[in-house]
Design a protein around this ligand. Structure first.
Ligand code: GTP
Length: 252
């Protein structure tokens, strides 16, 4: 790791100026908007509009969303619940978020398909890699639901797995801050935002971009991770255009 890689500087261009296909990863908390729980319909509509802006640029988009606005498996386990049971409840929470997002996208005429890692054929399609590819080639937004279908794996890991399987040009991690900082910017005013980092920087400095399994998977498959603020309207498209503020994690 070089110190220059960690230096803060002006917004930079992404390694892939023209994206063919990207995966957007959002935590479930994004969908609760200003509330403390659940799904805020205004926010879901805004997120859907942001996704449409990117689809309209000819970029293929798939989405992985978490469930923290409904149920957090890790917290459930911390409170004494069996971890696997808690994780399965989290996966069901993801399905609810995926259906809400699908509904909002369809209301603005964006074709979508929800594909679940846990087959629930009355509600959505089962995840089939080749079918997901075909959907995206046809311009549909594919929402991957239920994580990897396994307990103990985070939605970040599910995102890295699907981004790898889908040959995505990048994985865009939408958070509440505009990149990766040296410390929590909400607690430490001296925290600096990094423009770029290597996967190893993130792992060795424990920078909490994503969990280690997700970072390792992205690293092995050379998928850049772009961390940006998804709560600000239009930011997803700005990142795609290379004009927004973000941090890129890659092997360079
Ligand atoms: P192409 O025909 O390949 O373009 O894709 P398509 O998704 O339009 O065709 P398909 O006949 O597979 O699906 C038609 C509709 O049924 C779509 O809205 C799918 O999301 C939905 N669908 C397909 N398979 C399932 C399933 O297993 N469960 C549920 N609930 N819906 C499904």
């Amino acid at each position: 790791m070089t110190q220059s890689a960690l230096k803060e500087s002006a917004p930079m261009s992404l390694p892939h100026p023209s994206f063919k296909r990207v995966l957007l990863k959002m935590s479930g908390e994004v969908l609760m908007g200003p509330n403390e729980f659940g799904i805020d319909s205004t926010t879901v509509k805004r997120v859907a509009k942001d996704i449409k802006q990117v689809i309209d640029r000819g970029v293929e988009v798939c989405v992985v969303v978490g469930a923290g606005n409904i149920f957090r498996g890790v917290s459930g386990a911390a409170e004494g619940m069996d971890r696997t049971q808690a994780d399965y409840m989290g996966m069901l929470g993801i399905i609810i978020n995926a259906l809400a997002l699908q509904n909002a996208l369809e209301q603005i005429e964006v074709e979508t398909r929800v594909m679940s890692a846990i087959p629930m054929s009355a509600i959505c399609e089962p995840y089939i890699r080749r079918k997901a590819m075909r959907h995206m080639e046809k311009g549909r937004v594919v929402i991957f639901a239920a994580g990897t279908g396994n307990p103990y794996f985070t939605t970040d890991t599910a995102a890295a797995l699907r981004a790898s399987e889908m040959n995505c040009s990048a994985m865009l991690k939408g958070t509440k801050v505009d990149g990766v900082y040296s410390a929590d910017p909400q607690k430490d005013k001296t925290a600096k935002r990094f423009d770029k980092l290597t996967y190893m920087d993130v792992l060795t400095k424990d920078l909490k971009v994503m969990d280690a399994t997700a970072i390792s998977l992205a690293r092995e498959n050379r998928i850049p991770i772009v961390v940006f603020n998804v709560r600000e309207e239009g930011n997803f498209a700005r990142v795609i255009d290379g004009t927004g503020t973000f941090t890129v994690v890659s092997d360079k």
